[in-house]
Design a binder for this molecule. Structure first.
Ligand SMILES: Nc1nc2c(ncn2[C@@H]2O[C@H](COP(=O)(O)OP(=O)(O)OP(=O)(O)O)[C@@H](O)[C@H]2O)c(=O)[nH]1
Length: 418
């Protein structure tokens, strides 16, 4: 199996206001030569006009800020850069109040989360919240960036103290891989270039870590799931008999001849052919977009799911989820919402709120179960139509749902199936 997608790494950044996120991203782009000379000159001019001493690399990502200041809501901006080793997509999520929502939106497909800590302040409440959300979202790799080391005299003790503090609470989190890097985004220490001010640090730079972190096993290559997005039936003579089911593979490795079952109808058939934009495929796996052709003529429509016969998703109308609430109007127990799961849309009712989670203490609050903006809680939903789900732990795509307020059409929550 050739996993071309290991070449593409998605990561997200989280930190409190002023920890240096914009500067770090700017430094990463600049030192890895991912920006153009004229862009650099532009920000150099702006920096000097503003009377700043050096070139303010945070200005590189300030387009986003300007738009926000004009009142345009941008939840997540995706930035793209590449080195000879890998391609990167950064989900740049503005910090501030709506961090839960932003992080969930940006992080749901991320391989890596960068957690920024200001070396002067150490682990703060936001650090704990962000790390908890990253673990809840099962982001496979965390890199804790201890930034502004220049302001603590590049002290090894300061770094070790922060690392210890972080580990004290993170051992209760479910994160497989955590790395710590002492850096100065402002001066460029340990971002792309190795620091000359921290001889005591034997680890790698941030870019090196990003280029080399193993993401080949971040996708689910075991449980075959294809949520059907559209049925393709070209109306011309040449393709007269063509009928394909298009969608993005959410799990498993697929081959011609595989025995498959269609949910919810339960009909069983075999894969006749797998087409793609680049022609017929021998093998297909996540996150490829494909068109699947089947041996038998079966009535299949958008929202159905193709799975392997001997390994099926659970078909259910009772879905237990961890819900991250995004909206100013709190969750209504007993309330009705629209629900989206992969390509399927239905409606649901909130049957029970089991508990609200206190993000700071990680304790369950069973007394105060009001789920308000940025809260996380465990909830039981009853859907109007069966969904074909896996646990989020098993599959981040088929294990997640989105709730929609049907009056306003706003996305009010994201849920992870337990
Ligand atoms: N001394 C020092 N200052 C830094 C470092 N990194 C960032 N800063 C400064 O910290 C301030 C905040 O940096 P930003 O990059 O704007 O921080 P941010 O986290 O993106 O802030 P928001 O966009 O407001 O969330 C700026 O004045 C930076 O120059 C660093 O490594 N050392």
């Amino acid at each position: 199996m050739t996993l071309d997608n290991t070449e593409l790494l998605r990561f997200t950044t989280a930190g409190s206001v002023d920890d240096g996120k914009s500067t770090l991203i700017g430094r990463l782009l600049y030192d890895s030569k991912s920006i153009f000379e004229d862009q650099y000159e532009q920000i150099a001019t702006t920096s000097s006009k503003r009377g700043e001493e050096g070139v303010n690399l945070a200005l590189l990502t300030d387009g986003l800020k300007a738009e926000r200041e004009q009142g345009i809501t941008i939840d997540v901006a995706y930035r793209y850069f590449a080195t000879p080793k890998r391609k990167f997509i950064i989900a740049d999520t503005p910090g501030h109040i709506q961090y839960t929502r932003n992080m969930v939106t940006g992080a749901s497909t991320a391989n890596v989360a960068l957690i920024l800590i200001d070396a002067r302040h150490g682990v703060v409440e936001q650090t704990r919240r962000h790390s908890f959300i990253a673990s809840l979202l099962q982001i496979p790799h965390l890199i804790v960036c201890v930034n502004k080391m220049d302001l603590v005299d590049f002290s090894e003790e300061a770094f070790n103290k922060i690392k210890d503090d972080f580990q004290t609470f993170s051992h209760r989190l479910d994160v497989k891989d955590i790395d710590f890097i002492p850096m100065s985004a402002l001066l460029g220490d340990n971002v792309v270039e190795k620091s000359e001010n921290m001889d005591w640090y034997g680890g790698s730079t941030l870019l090196y870590s990003l280029e080399n972190v193993h993401i080949g096993s971040d996708n689910n290559f075991i449980d075959c799931r294809l949520p059907v997005q559209t049925v393709i039936r070209p109306y011309n003579d040449e393709y007269h008999d063509y009928r394909g089911y298009a969608g993005r593979i959410a799990g498993g490795v697929w081959k011609k001849g595989d025995e498959v079952t269609i949910l919810p109808s339960g009909f069983t058939t075999k894969v006749a052919k797998i087409d793609s934009y680049d022609g017929e495929l021998e093998e297909a796996y996540p996150p490829m977009s494909v068109t699947m052709l089947l041996e038998d003529d079966i009535d299949i429509s958008r929202g159905d799911m193709i799975v392997r016969t001997n390994n099926q998703a659970e078909v259910t109308q009772d879905v237990e989820v961890m819900l991250c609430w995004f909206n100013e109007r709190p969750l209504q127990p007993g309330g009705k919402y629209g629900i989206m799961h992969t390509t399927k849309e239905a409606r649901c009712m909130v049957k029970d709120v089991r508990y609200r989670l206190d993000i700071n203490s990680l304790h369950r609050d069973e007394e105060n179960k009001d789920i308000k903006m940025n809260d996380i809680g465990r909830v039981l939903l009853r859907t109007t139509a069966p969904l074909f789900v896996d646990s989020y732990r098993k599959n981040r795509i088929t294990g997640s749902v989105i709730l929609i307020d049907e009056q306003t059409n706003e996305t009010v929550a994201a849920g992870m199936v337990i």
